[in-house]
Structures are given as structure tokens and as C-alpha cells.
Design a protein around this ligand. Structure first.
Ligand SMILES: Cc1cc2nc3c(=O)[nH]c(=O)nc-3n(C[C@H](O)[C@H](O)[C@H](O)COP(=O)(O)O)c2cc1C
Length: 225
């Protein structure tokens, strides 16, 4: 059964664009095949604890001598790792908070980035290599080249580094920006562009969701924005 793991982390339950975009992707994925399964985890509504013990960063065989993590914490981590390993496609809603990730999403990342389990190590291969991961980012400002914010989005690069470079997943980023333009008089001239970016992103996630749900051999293509 093709399975999508769908994560949201926006603290906005009403007007969130990342939530609207991930929901559109997930609907398209579901509609693409009768057996398609969506596992939804709302990291804001049901937050995970911070990683309680540094030794949990490592698979059991790689932990420092004497490390005895709390069995309940280890059981939660195993559940999260199994959820990720069991998914054919990962979809993550990534609102930009203080130029970084929401802490709820960071807590998930700290739990699932485990050398020896999800990331390659001397003990293991790369179980997630080539698996598609779609990041849907939503930012209040303008992060284009040449703007004052260029290079200040520290959320997407971290996820690309961990999911893509460390774990080997095939990462696609769908970005929508200027989400706060309508509330800022100084950005009144950018409202239309923000709306256009959102409309483009919506079309793109519907197409990516449909393709991702059409079978394990249908790769998630690079966006054409
Ligand atoms: C706590 C918080 C911090 C934020 N920090 C930034 C920021 O550093 N840069 C930015 O461009 N927008 C920032 N914003 C605006 C959000 O990125 C913007 O509202 C975005 O649309 C949030 O995603 P969502 O629509 O999925 O909720 C912040 C919003 C909140 C709630």
C-alpha cells in the first residue's frame, strides 16, 4: 500500500498556507489510488517532547558505553522512526519561524535522525536513500536573491541537509513567500506576487501529490516554478 507520511507544524490552524498546501498534496495523493494511505501527524497539535537523552541520537549498537535511555522515550523514538521508514513519501509543512524551524518540527527531526537506523553508519546502509521527501515552506517575507533576506531562511537548508544529504532522501522544495504582505502597508505592492506564488504552489503540490500517489515507480519531479 503506497503510504504518505504527512507532517504539519504551523501554529496557525486557520489561515496557514503550509497546512493548506500539504492538505492539497495529501488529497491528491489519496485520490490517485484506492489503496493509498495517508498517515497524518500534526506536530503542533500533538507536540513531541524534546529528545530527552543524547544517547538516543544513536542506534543501540552505537551508543556510548553505559548509556541507558528511558525505555518510554526509546519506544516513542522507535515508533517515529518506524513511521518514517514505513512511508513511501514524506511530506513536511515548514513555516518559517524566527528564520528557523518551528520547535515542534525540530523535536521530530531530533528523534528521527539516528545514525544506524535512518542515517547511514558503519552498522547500516541507507534505508531511506532515494525516497521522496517534499518540503512545503511558507515564509512571511521575501527571500529572493538580492533581497535583504537572501540566505536568512535557516529552516529549509537544515531539512535538506539532514533528510537529503545525511539520509539520502530525494528532496523537493515547494516554496511560498510574502504570506504577510497583505498585513504590512510597506509591502502593499507585493500582495499580488504573494498570491501568485501561492496559486503556483497550490497547482504544483496537487500535481506532485497525484504523481507521488500514482505508484512507487513514479518519481516526484523537480518543481518547475
Ligand atoms: C513565531 C513566528 C515567527 C515568524 N518569523 C518569521 C521570520 O523570521 N521570517 C519571516 O519571513 N516570517 C516569519 N513569520 C511569518 C511566517 O513565516 C508566515 O506567517 C508563514 O506564512 C507561516 O506559515 P503558515 O502560513 O503555514 O502558518 C513568523 C511567524 C510566527 C508565528
Amino acid at each position: 500500500m503506497p503510504t504518505l507520511l504527512h507532517l504539519d507544524s504551523s501554529a496557525d490552524r486557520v489561515t496557514s498556507r503550509s497546512r493548506a498546501l500539504t492538505a492539497a498534496f495529501a488529497s491528491a495523493f489519496s485520490e490517485a489510488g484506492p489503496d493509498n494511505v495517508v498517515v497524518h501527524r500534526d506536530l503542533h497539535a500533538a507536540p513531541l517532547p524534546h529528545l530527552p537523552d543524547a544517547s538516543l541520537h544513536w542506534a543501540p549498537g552505537l551508543r556510548p558505553p553505559g548509556a541507558i535511555p528511558d525505555p518510554a522515550a526509546e519506544e516513542l523514538q522507535q515508533r517515529l522512526v518506524a513511521e518514517l521508514l514505513g512511508a513511501d513519501v514524506l511530506l513536511v509543512g515548514v513555516p518559517l519561524y524566527n528564520y528557523s524551524l518551528p520547535s515542534s518540527l525540530k523535536a521530530w527531526l531530533d528523534h528521527i535522525h539516528v545514525p544506524g537506523l535512518t542515517a547511514p553508519s558503519a552498522l547500516s546502509g541507507a534505508p531511506l536513500a532515494g525516497r521522496p521527501a517534499v518540503l512545503v515552506t511558507s515564509r512571511g517575507g521575501d527571500y529572493d536573491k538580492g533581497t535583504v533576506n537572501e540566505g536568512r531562511d535557516h529552516a529549509t537548508p537544515v531539512l535538506e541537509l539532514i533528510l537529503g544529504e545525511e539520509m539520502g532522501m530525494a528532496v523537493t522544495v515547494v516554496a511560498t513567500g510574502l504570506t504577510l504582505a497583505s498585513g504590512a502597508p510597506s509591502r502593499a505592492g507585493q500582495v499580488a506576487r504573494g498570491e501568485r506564488e501561492y496559486a503556483d504552489a497550490l497547482r504544483l503540490v496537487r500535481e506532485l501529490g497525484r504523481r507521488a500517489g500514482s505508484g512507487p515507480t513514479a518519481p516526484v519531479p523537480a518543481p518547475e516554478l
